[in-house]
Design a protein around this ligand. Sequence first.
Ligand SMILES: C=CC1=C(C)c2cc3[nH]c(cc4nc(cc5[nH]c(cc1n2)c(C)c5CCC(=O)O)C(CCC(=O)O)=C4C)c(C)c3C=C
Ligand SMILES: [Fe+2]
Ligand SMILES: [Fe+2]
Length: 369
Amino acid sequence: MHYQSESHYAHGRPARLGVLLTNLGTPDAPTPAALRRYLREFLWDPRVVEFPRLPWWLILNGVILNIRPKRSAHAYAKVWTAEGSPLLVHSRAQAAGLQQRLAAACTGPVSIALAMRYGTPSIEAGLRELREAGAERLLVLPLYPQYSGSTTGSTFDAVAEVLRRWRWVPELRFVNHYHDEPAYIAAMAARIRAHWAEHGRGEHLLFSFHGVPRRYLLAGDPYHCHCQKTARLLAEALELDDDGWTIGFQSRFGREEWLKPYVDGLLKGWPGEGRRSVDVFCPGFAADCLETLEEIAMQNRELFVAAGGQHYAYIPALNDQLEHLDALAALALRHAAGWPETNPDWDGRQVSAAEEAARQRALALGAQA
Ligand SMILES: C=CC1=C(C)c2cc3[nH]c(cc4nc(cc5[nH]c(cc1n2)c(C)c5CCC(=O)O)C(CCC(=O)O)=C4C)c(C)c3C=C
Ligand SMILES: [Fe+2]
Ligand SMILES: [Fe+2]
């Protein structure tokens, strides 16, 4: 490996930008053994389960890893595809779409790697891939629109844990959140309108976000606030009345109190109150995954229908929709703008005709943001 050789860092050549696109991660197979490996890594993360280590180790290894893998494997099997876990399949498509857009818009060389916080492809493998491509500048883009210590913060830990062992640490920029990014809000609004145009419209729209323990909110985690703002902006973009939409939190884990209102509780209660027609969208999930496809599109539908609900539609996540990829590309480009050689327009120096054409494409992407 010639990472530090001159060939990668000739004078006058623009530094290569490496973009590490990350998401949560997923098991390698819908089997109890794969689930056990995945859940052990996930649930041992002190950012995810903030609980004293010794008692938690006993509960995790003594109880949870003996019960949950089998149950979760069964749930994953319901949504698994020929290409693998939905989360991984969508994430790969997102990485490919982003690579294409950034290559077109950046004047300097750019590489993208996909990495998962838990499981594979690992954060370490992704960082290595970028290093071997010669990336001197690293932009980490976790696909969590709303910041939480349990997700975004934990991704930072994993990146830092790898970089602390590197001799030459790259220049680093870490996207903290994009919960109120206009292009992301617009992409979601377009997704929802397109669904309505094709499948008809329910009478009420539920925005379902993954929950976290309420304790994390009280300790200062901005996640709850970010979710509220995303939902409000999305409701505004869709021109919904205040009583036309509701925010809720799904995917509870463990016995303590989580962010409320709980989505399953809302859906069980609504038919009895006369609300029998709902559409559900999950603005916090950049890609469809177990939590949207199995929990929302299957389990919660059953709850709602069993309680007397009549119309229940799950509106798919943004996945690799063009507007989504354009929004992410524009976001990445704006962050990369702090590195002048990546986008020469920002330092005002003379650019060639080819660079100018690329700059115009970058600005067009940015203008959509
Ligand atoms: C979108 C943001 C997410 C937050 C915030 C989050 C917090 C969080 N999650 C758990 C426990 C589990 N989550 C699981 C699956 C899962 N979680 C997210 C996203 C967020 N989690 C996604 C995208 C997925 C799906 C992954 C996939 O493979 O499709 C699971 C595993 C599934 C299961 O066994 O039920 C657990 C467990 C906690 C405890 C937590 C905050 C403290
Ligand atoms: Fe989760
Ligand atoms: Fe779940």
